[in-house]
Design a protein around this ligand. Structure first.
Ligand SMILES: [Zn+2]
Length: 313
């Protein structure tokens, strides 16, 4: 029997790098009658002005009825909630070695589990984790209650959330590992003025996806699925059907008018895009120089090939 059939609530974390289509995926999944997503459960980033920030419904987030209802629900659960500062991010304190130990992976599911078990023996660590997990849970439950749905999808890329909810929640926790051609990711970062060169960005892409594979791919088994941004754009119906099955919801649902449905998504500017059709962003082909393409492939080619990308794409 599936978890959804037994009534266990489901939390799905979308794990990926920036500019890999996570916000698009949040919109698409949120259109399903059993799945809800507000995009990034971490809320606004510090550089964003909460006074002028627009919710994807078009209203200022401070004036959005949905978010006001969320604040009331949170209060009912004993938590003060302000849309300007969700206070849900797993930014835990501690010395550098502890931060690294906590966020990394030994590339071995058993060793990672032992690490988690040992860390939870530290009273301060356990207290921080538990308190943040409780706040996250209250917010997830509030949103599920308000939307009347039963599967919650988060696209925050906050890698500790999945682990915290596995340890301190009744949720059935699953992971969608979303990958995009590294040349696309690097070009998007460079285009937005991220102070980094193509090689550094490619190295970061490799490190992140190796870590995600090691952290989740090895330990979650059938609760882990990997999809590609390119497949989602080129064949959304087939990929969504696969994801519906993965999330334990009705896979026969047809996503015809996803933009007409109410969405209250927090994330990058994509949330405001008025897209008539889902379009694959391949601007990297002209944005990157031939040297940059070669350099990226030299660093990220091996892992990219595992994901089905080709040097001469
Ligand atoms: Zn809204």
């Amino acid at each position: 029997m599936t978890a959804s059939a037994t009534g266990t609530p489901i939390f799905v974390g979308v794990e990926t790098s920036s500019y890999s289509g996570a916000t698009l995926l949040a919109f698409l999944l949120n259109a399903h009658p059993s799945i809800t997503s507000i995009g990034e459960l971490n809320g606004l980033i510090p550089s964003e002005d909460p006074e002028s920030y627009l919710c994807s419904c078009g209203k200022k987030i401070k004036d959005c009825d949905f978010w006001q209802s969320v604040s009331c629900e949170m209060k009912r659960r004993g938590f003060e909630f302000n849309v300007a500062d969700f206070r849900t991010a797993f930014r835990l304190s501690g010395q550098v070695w502890l931060q690294r130990l906590r966020a990394g992976s030994f590339r071995n599911a058993k060793l990672d589990a032992i690490r988690d078990w040992l860390l939870q023996k530290l009273p301060q660590e356990r207290r921080q984790f538990k308190a943040l997990a409780a706040r996250n849970l209250a917010l997830i439950e509030s949103i599920l209650m308000l939307t009347g749905k039963r599967v919650f999808v988060d696209t925050s890329k906050d890698h500790l959330r999945v682990r915290a909810l596995q340890m301190f929640s009744p949720y059935d926790v699953r992971v969608i590992h979303l990958v995009r051609d590294p040349r696309g990711v690097v070009a998007s970062r460079l285009r937005r003025g991220v102070p980094i060169d193509a090689e550094q960005a490619a190295r970061q892409w490799v490190r992140l996806h190796m870590r995600l594979q090691n952290l989740h791919g090895n330990s979650l088994a059938d609760k882990y699925i990997r999809i590609r941004y390119e497949d989602l754009c080129q064949n959304p119906r087939a990929v969504l059907k696969q994801l519906y099955t993965f999330c334990g919801v009705d896979s026969d649902f047809e996503i015809a008018d996803w933009q007409a449905m109410p969405h209250h998504i927090v994330g990058n500017v994509m949330r405001l895009a008025n897209v008539d059709a889902i379009k694959l962003d391949e601007r990297w082909r002209s944005l990157l120089t031939e040297t940059q393409k070669k350099d990226i492939w030299q660093i990220a080619g091996r892992l990219s090939e595992q994901y089905g990308y080709c040097a001469q794409a």
